[in-house]
Write a protein that binds this ligand. Structure first.
Ligand code: NAP
Length: 558
């Protein structure tokens, strides 16, 4: 498979550090900046890619674009940076975000402490010294007291194990490992497998000039319009002038993001009424406005669309009507209407995705009723015996989410406990940040955190702040290790499960539950009560002297 590869390790600088950070996405960069500049720690970041950017480095597929508004999807760590950088569109493209990341790296002089093209193979805790040894695929070793895992919640690509997968003679790509060279769809026959966020985005590009574009859909997702547009005259300046105040305000919202670019716009959403507190006419008007405005306002237009089946069904029905408006062929319409409850799978933002199915070169293939049984030399074979011959297969089949980036490394904690084994029945953490028997190892964007359900940069920065404050607090008091008690961890997992059970999130199949990966235990992987609740719960633990953690000061780092 052609993809962005982690080339052989470059000039990795083996050594001893106060902190080692794995991953140079936004989380890793924020951690490096804060620990080094504000706290004076020695830090080394280890990154598999050739440059920083994480998700935005690996997911360089055509059409990749963020679905959080650009003026909100940026780091707040340095005011000069947020004032200097200019965005061009309401929702930024992958390439613009990658440029922004490089700008941050250059302005904060971060690259000198990052080892690129270096992939971690293992991390082992030493009980005698309360330290970690991190080893890379190239054989370099790094030791540290504090280890920060910032390898990303959606960074381990899932390629289904179809029989014959190696037989195909054409080109194959996965959206999450897209190559750096240009890939042309012009005049080619392309089969795209998967219609999640990545699939919906790339479909809009493939369909432009492919000779034939087969969209292989297993489950129809709910898709709402982004209404992307260039930023308006004065819009950026207005936000920038009010960044401190607006960033505070956004953090009071469930997703740490607001669904309108201009603060002067009328307050469209989030709505504060139940879908049943309004008349059908009012409901339609509110949905129509949110639909016309674009972005995730639709999802938050009422307080209960993600909470009850009845409310979720009404939102789903509204979308079904919009599909009927957009797509001519009624048989295709029926396939595009999701059978899932609205919101149980991540809702997707699009730009004219449904309309591509009116084109002669695009065919929607339902692979739920007629599954792919084999990849062949020339394409794919379906259960019915139909052969689909193509020049290219694009896997938009998602990720081993929340846990994959951690379980694919050999992480060994206290007493030889391996993380992969500890999580064999489903991941367990305390606060989504630490794991019992893995002392001194902090996770950003880990299971049972709120990260992937919120503006992920804001969520990352909050966790970075929490972790850095914890490290500083521990060091000031001479503690050499910290780990959650099993009881505190169990209580947190139960709390996250209870919160999820009070919503409709657990009523579907999605990567939120690990159900996209065959054999992965079904467990809700996120804290659903929203960013403000997560922030206050984690801060309360810190304010109480790290309640629920065992702190140890018995050992000295050699
Ligand atoms: P995804 O949402 O997990 O979608 C994967 C798709 O592949 C699904 O349609 C899935 O079908 C299909 N699939 C998986 N295995 C299959 C198989 N064996 N046969 C047929 N189909 C199969 O993955 P994603 O689209 O990469 O998105 C993952 C997450 O990344 C998103 O939810 C979002 O959080 C993030 N993301 C964000 C953006 C953005 O900011 N705009 C863009 C891309 C990704 P089923 O639904 O039936 O499982």
């Amino acid at each position: 498979m052609d993809m962005v590869s982690s080339e052989a390790a470059g000039s990795a600088r083996t050594g001893e550090f106060d902190v080692v950070v794995i991953g140079a996405g936004f989380a890793g960069l924020a951690a490096l900046h804060r620990l080094r500049e504000r706290m004076g720690y020695s830090v080394r970041v280890i990154e598999a890619g050739t440059q920083a950017g994480g998700t935005w480095y690996w997911n360089r597929y055509p059409g990749a674009r963020c679905d959080v508004e650009s003026l909100q999807y940026s780091l707040a760590i340095d005011d000069a940076i947020q004032q200097e950088w200019s965005w061009t569109e309401r929702f930024a493209t992958q390439s613009e975000i990658l440029e922004y990341t490089q700008f941050v790296v250059d302005r904060l002089d971060l690259a000198k402490d990052i080892d690129f093209q270096t992939r971690v193979s293992s991390a082992v805790y030493d009980d005698d010294t309360d330290s970690w040894t991190v080893t890379t695929e190239g054989g370099e070793t790094y030791s540290c007291r504090w280890l920060i895992m910032a390898a990303g919640p959606l960074s381990t690509p899932n390629i289904p194990d179809f029989p014959g997968i190696g037989d195909f003679k054409g080109e194959t790509y996965h959206t999450g490992m897209w190559p750096k060279h240009a890939v042309s769809f012009a005049g080619t026959r392309v089969a795209q497998i998967g219609t999640g966020s990545s699939g919906v985005q790339i479909a809009q590009e493939i369909s432009k000039d492919a000779a034939k574009h087969y969209v292989l859909q297993r489950t129809a997702h709910h898709i709402i319009p982004a209404r992307n547009r260039p930023l308006l005259e004065g819009e950026q300046e207005e936000i920038k002038a009010r960044y401190p105040e607006l960033r505070q305000f956004w953090q009071t919202l469930i997703g740490a993001t607001f669904y309108q670019s201009l603060p002067s716009d009328p307050p469209l959403v989030p709505g504060n009424k139940s879908i049943f507190d309004v008349t059908p006419e009012e409901r339609k008007e509110i949905f129509d406005n949110a639909w016309a405005y674009g972005g995730y306002g639709f999802q938050r237009a009422f307080t209960d669309t993600l909470k009850t089946i009845e409310a979720s069904t009404i939102a789903g029905d509204y979308i079904a009507d919009r599909i009927r408006d957009a797509v001519k062929d009624l048989a295709v319409v029926e396939k595009l209407i999701s059978s899932q409850y609205f919101g149980t799978k991540r809702v997707i933002l699009d730009t004219n995705y449904y309309e591509i199915f009116n084109q002669d070169n695009v065919e929607l293939v339902d692979v739920k009723s007629n599954p792919i049984v084999r990849i062949t030399e020339k394409g794919l074979r379906l259960e019915s015996g139909r052969e689909i011959e193509v020049d290219m297969i694009v896997f938009a089949t998602g990720f081993d989410a929340m846990t994959g980036s951690l379980t694919r490394m050999d992480i060994t904690g206290r007493g030889g406990k391996v993380l992969r084994d500890a999580w064999k029945d489903g991941p367990a953490s305390y606060l989504g940040i630490m794991v019992a028997e893995f002392p001194g190892m902090f996770i950003i964007g880990g299971p049972q955190s709120c990260s992937a359900l919120a503006n992920v940069i804001t969520a990352n920065e909050q966790q970075v702040d929490w972790i850095c404050e914890a490290i500083s607090w521990l060091d000031e008091r001479g503690y050499t290790s910290i780990e959650p008690t099993p009881e505190a961890q169990e209580a947190w997992v139960n709390r996250c499960n209870e919160l999820a059970d009070a919503t409709i999130y657990t009523k579907g199949d999605s990567w939120y539950l690990g159900s996209n990966i065959p054999g992965k235990p079904r467990r809700f992987l996120l804290y659903v009560a929203g960013y403000p609740g997560y922030k206050s719960e984690t801060e309360e633990v810190a304010d109480k002297g790290y309640e629920g953690f065992v702190l140890d000061k018995a050992k000295e780092l050699n």
